[in-house]
Design a protein around this ligand. Structure first.
Ligand code: GTP
Length: 618
């Protein structure tokens, strides 16, 4: 008995993949994805179900009278194999119910709220080890899928291009390697929907392949593996598949859910299949964006052109970008003077999943910067003003974290299982495995150890970017980071720690785990003060002129004010003054001005100061 792939059957029967999966779910048939195969019996069942659906839609009474095969019920659908009958009966069925449905559809479309958000093209990035064929694969797709340029036209490299396939548009980010991808992610933007991991069939998994996989996993972007160079006599695609399973990536034909497509960027073999799998994955991801929504985009790359000035490629993610729009990037703005699509043609507007080259930025934006549009200069300035406010708030929050007042300031939301993200670099595969083995035993109920990437050799710039997007620590065993990498790590606040003795590295992991276990804080009494007079201050409000009767007071301490027996206020000591000077601490027996973030203090109040201290855990 032959097996059929789900998507092939969907295509043959003219139904959506999603509908096909619904039917399979209903039948309780297990599958991994639309490229899984199903038994012929199941195929027959599906055909029957669709046939019944079609008949029921065409005319309910016809379904009941189906056995009779009366000319009325049969309509003009030709006799033939069940699949054909279903496929051909469907338009007739649609017609039969067309009138009332069309009326409601029209009503619905007149209400913008009911408008369904349309699908958008997938944005794909190609990653993999050096020389495994990323550029060749992109070139092959570009050559065969991008409409030839008009004579005299200059194809510009803009960092992305659009390929036309039988299934629709696919947008490729053509800055190969994961650098572009991670730089974009490091800025908090996600531009790729699908990652193609290219692995040469004669070389199998290499360090950068593992890195690329780690990046795609960190970004939670679906992966498709393209085993390239299958035209070579020494190609061994089976070895690649087996090696992948060692990373817990199990190809579909081995019962897993990883799509693996053998290709040759040289002969073009398999490229069509690869494009088809991209479209299928996109369909399952159900990628949508509203061209009528508010515009947002991401800078893919920017440069200065000697003649044109600043040029930047922007990927439209939501809404539509139009010539004349004002664009806001960071805290600066510009007006779009001209736009070209990735084939170099002048365009006036661009919808979702369209890479466009924009002329009009005042400064070169960095890849990964988010772009917003504004209808006029005034609106652009407003966006910038809001951003400046947000930035200031964030800076204040950061200050608070450095100078914590509350438990949440110190630890963020409480009660979560914490994850220690690590990137491991060692001199040999043996060391990597030994360390991973020990780490696996360190996991506890409240701490998860996530080794995002374990590789041989010194840490790379890519590792630092990955670490910065995932707040990971880079641990090195018997390898050291080159100066250039350390510098980038410093600038991004990423720690690279190098060890020569495995147990020292493990001790460090213990420290990291401890740091990640929720610390226990307790309130510790500091001192007591009596308010002797209230001083009105033009800037700071009312200051409590006090005498410290016990212990000491510290700036930023917690404060509790009692009046008689009643607690009238709880807050923070925001300032301490001795005469005119701001001071950090005041000891018992001294007078001082205590500034609370509260204005209603009165003479005779008692202020008690305390602080939160971390309790050492066993
Ligand atoms: N036989 C064969 N050779 C290929 C194939 N794909 C790429 N190559 C060759 O492999 C070499 C490397 O290909 P590239 O496309 O430059 O590889 P890359 O991954 O982009 O390399 P980097 O940009 O350096 O990271 C070139 O000599 C290509 O001609 C293929 O499918 N078959």
């Amino acid at each position: 008995m032959s097996k059929v792939r789900i998507y092939t059957l969907a295509k043959d029967l003219g139904v959506e993949n999603a509908r096909m999966l619904e039917i399979l779910d209903g039948l309780g048939v297990a599958y991994k994805s639309v490229s899984s195969t199903i038994e012929e019996d199941t195929v027959e069942l599906i055909k029957q179900i669709l046939e019944e659906e079609g008949a029921a839609q065409a005319a309910p009474e016809a379904a009941q009278a189906a056995d009779a095969q009366g000319p009325q019920a049969q309509g003009s659908a030709p006799q033939g194999p069940a699949a054909q009958a279903v496929a051909q009966a469907q338009p007739a069925a649609a017609q039969a119910v067309a009138e009332p449905e069309a009326a409601t559809a029209e009503q619905a479309s007149s209400e913008p709220a009911a408008r369904e958000i349309p699908h958008r093209a997938p944005v794909v990035t190609i990653m993999g080890h050096v020389d495994h064929g990323k550029t060749s694969l992109l070139d092959y797709i570009r050559k065969t899928r991008v409409a030839a340029k008009e004579a005299g036209g200059i194809t510009q490299h803009v960092g992305a291009f659009e390929a036309k396939t039988s299934k629709g548009r696919i947008v490729f980010i053509d800055t190969p390697g994961h650098e572009a991808f991670t730089t974009i992610r490091a800025r908090g933007a996600n531009v790729a929907d699908i990652a193609i991991i290219v692995i040469a069939a004669d070389d199998s998994l290499m360090p950068q392949t593992r890195e690329a996989i780690a990046h795609a996993q960190a970004a939670k972007v679906p992966m498709i593996v393209a085993i390239n160079k299958v035209d070579l006599p020494q190609a061994d695609p089976e070895r690649v598949k087996t090696d992948l399973t060692q990373l817990n990536l199990v190809p579909e034909e081995y019962g897993g859910d990883l799509i693996v497509v053998p290709v040759s960027a040289k002969t073009g073999e398999g490229v069509e299949d690869l494009l088809e799998y991209i479209s299928l994955t996109a369909e399952l991801e159900d990628l949508r964006a509203d061209p009528k929504g508010e515009f947002s985009g991401v800078v893919i790359e920017g440069k200065v052109d000697k003649q044109a000035g600043v040029l930047a490629t922007v990927m439209v993610q939501e809404g539509t970008l139009r010539v004349g729009d004002f664009l806001v990037v960071g805290e600066s703005y510009g007006k779009i003077k001209a736009m070209t699509d990735s084939a170099g043609a002048r365009i006036k507007d661009a919808g979702p999943s369209t890479p466009v080259q924009v002329l009009g930025f005042s400064a070169v934006p960095a890849s990964g910067e988010k772009v917003q549009s504004a209808k006029n200069e005034h609106a652009a300035r407003e966006v910038i003003a809001t951003r400046a406010d947000v930035r200031r708030d964030e800076e204040n929050a950061r200050d608070r974290r450095r100078n914590p007042r509350t438990l949440e300031d110190i630890m963020g939301p409480v009660g979560e299982v914490r994850t220690v993200n690590l990137i491991l670099r060692a001199d040999t595969q043996g060391s990597v495995e030994a360390i991973q083995g020990i780490l696996a035993r360190k996991e506890g109920e409240d701490v998860k150890i996530n080794v995002m990437l374990a590789g041989i050799g010194a840490p790379t710039e890519g590792d630092v970017l990955l670490a910065s997007t995932a707040e990971a620590t880079i641990l090195c065993f018997s390898v050291t980071a080159p100066g250039s990498v350390t510098k980038i790590a410093d600038s991004k606040g990423i720690e690279i720690k190098a060890f020569r003795i495995i147990y020292e590295l493990i001790d460090e992991v213990d420290r990291l785990i401890k740091g990640n276990v929720e610390p226990v804080f307790e309130e510790r009494y500091l001192g007591r003060a009596e308010v002797r007079m209230v001083i009105k201050h033009p800037k700071s409000g009312n200051i409590a002129g006090s005498y410290i009767t016990d212990g000491m007071f510290k700036r930023n301490a917690r404060a509790k004010v009692t009046r008689g027996k009643q607690v009238v206020y709880e807050g923070t000591v925001v300032g301490l003054k001795r005469f005119k000077d701001d001071v950090r601490e005041v000891q018992t027996g001294y007078e001082c001005g205590i500034n609370l973030d509260w204005n209603d203090v009165v003479e005779g109040d008692i202020i008690e100061a305390s602080e939160m201290v971390e309790v050492e855990q066993a």
